[in-house]
Design a protein around this ligand. Structure first.
Ligand code: SAH
Ligand code: SF4
Ligand code: F3S
Length: 436
């Protein structure tokens, strides 16, 4: 019996697919890379923007043929879109060949749902409204060596006015600090070289014993072993001086922070319910740069939020420069049913948003290119993550998140390799190995 998992969305979802794989393996399934040969297909979906949803629907629709050809194939749909209000009914109606539906709060029950489906002819659709527990007892099948993800918290309480995550992931729940530190320790002992702590807003982590995020990060970075530590995502409203101190204190913690700004306009930030101003955001960056001058800052930006004017957008462009972002994820605002922004007046026409997005991408890319160009002639230490078959080169990232490529006859995956950078192309660096 073989499983095939299709994952959409963020790192949280990628890690959850590792947990789904853990459940399936426990049930006796083995992984199958070819979807045509699978006995169970699981879609782990995302609903952050409309196109993420459309993509998932399109691909689920395409499974009809598989079901026709293989009668006992099980098709399961889970994740954020499955949890979204009204979507279970829609899937039930539009996709009669979907056998199992589960949400974000009952992923741990997938094994039982499969048993139930096998025992009866009927479809098994099961959703839970909330989840209290922070431990799921699942051993994930890790797929990211030399990297590994560790959840530190689930859910989100921020209700940014555009965002659906609080509705599909529930309220914030933090895992116990010792569970997290133990997981980090066992990953380090197992030879993982890059551990990423995951949460929608890691800065609001709050352990049952009062441990706050900087303290947790300090504990994780104090675990012995040859590994790097990353964390995401940080919300600017909860960013603190203590956090900067901890990043500075530990060599293990990458000098790199993902700090989504969303907009450079105070008026838009307020409508977004982000609870910080442009000035506060820039002060945080200034503090980071003062304490950790080499720190790379990456971000997320939305264009075309309701009522955004050209002046608002110009403020975003100027903030990109002032903040000196190393790179950014940039999106066109997508209205999500049930969120406050979806019913705001002043929705922006798509052509305007598209034009802003393309100007924003140009501005960010220019900065990214300049930073990359600054590497030429210097060295960079990268953690080798994989091999690019097309380029016939190994690839990896430095602590700032820059991608470095190099050729080597030996297998270098999982090793820290020093490169002399010979040329740069966009966000990618190309170099040769500096032998120690
Ligand atoms: N919790 C994280 C990110 C969650 S979603 C944070 O607060 O930063 C990742 C990114 O998707 C967000 O930072 C935002 O830029 C984008 N995003 C979320 N909802 C969106 C929407 N409705 N339309 C467009 N982009 C959106
Ligand atoms: Fe969404 Fe805001 Fe929560 Fe991030 S902090 S997940 S953008 S509501
Ligand atoms: Fe992630 Fe998408 Fe859900 S971004 S939290 S998988 S809505």
């Amino acid at each position: 019996m073989k499983y095939h998992i299709v994952t959409y969305g963020c790192q949280m979802n990628l890690h959850e697919s590792e947990k789904i794989a853990g459940i399936l393996r426990e049930k006796g399934y083995t992984e199958e890379t070819d979807i045509d040969n699978a006995d169970i297909i699981v879609f782990n979906t995302c609903c952050i923007r409309e196109n993420a949803e459309n993509h998932a629907f399109g691909n689920i629709g395409a499974l009809k043929r598989h079901k026709r050809e293989k009668k006992d194939l099980i098709i399961a749909v889970g994740g954020c879109m499955a949890q979204e209000k009204g979507k279970a009914e829609l899937i039930r109606e539009k996709f009669p060949f979907v056998d199992i539906l589960f949400g974000t709060h009952n992923l741990n029950e997938l094994g039982a749902l499969i048993d139930k489906k096998r025992a009866q002819k009927k479809r098994v659709f099961s959703l839970k409204e909330e989840r209290e527990e922070t431990e799921d007892g699942i051993t994930p099948v890790r797929t990211g060596y030399p990297g590994a993800w560790v959840n530190i918290m689930y859910g989100c309480n921020n209700f940014c006015s555009y965002c659906i995550v609080p509705y599909v992931r529930g309220r914030e729940r933090s895992r116990r600090p010792e569970e997290i530190v133990n997981e980090v320790r066992s990953l380090a002992e197992a030879g993982y070289r890059e551990i990423t702590l995951l949460g929608q807003n890691v800065n609001s982590y709050y352990g049952d014993d009062g441990t706050a995020f900087p303290e947790l990060l300090d504990k994780c970075a104090s675990v012995e072993g040859n590994f790097r530590l990353r964390f995401m995502t940080s919300h600017p409203k909860d960013f603190s001086e203590e956090l900067v101190k901890v990043i500075k204190k530990h060599k293990k913690i990458c000098s790199c922070i993902h700090l989504p700004v969303q907009s450079g306009s105070n008026r838009i930030l307020s409508l977004m319910n982000r609870r910080y101003t442009r000035e506060k955001y820039l002060e945080e960056i200034a503090l980071l740069r003062k304490e950790i001058p080499d720190c790379a800052v990456t971000t997320d930006i939305i264009v075309g939020f309701p009522t955004e004017t050209e002046e608002d957008f110009q403020e975003t462009l100027s903030l990109v420069k002032e903040a000196g972002f190393a790179s950014a994820f940039m999106f066109i605002y997508s209205p999500r049913t049930g969120t406050r922004a979806a019913v705001m007046e002043g929705q922006i026409a798509e052509e305007i948003s598209k034009d802003r997005l393309s100007r924003l991408i140009d501005a960010v890319n220019e900065q990214t290119r300049n930073i990359s160009a600054g590497y030429v002639g210097k060295t960079a230490e990268i953690l080798c993550e994989g091999y690019d078959e097309k380029k016939k080169m190994y690839l990896g990232r430095d602590e700032y998140g820059r991608m470095g490529y190099f050729a080597d006859d030996r297998d270098r995956i999982g090793e820290f390799v020093t490169l002399r950078i010979e040329h740069a192309n966009g966000i990618s660096l190309y170099g040769s190995v500096v032998e120690e």
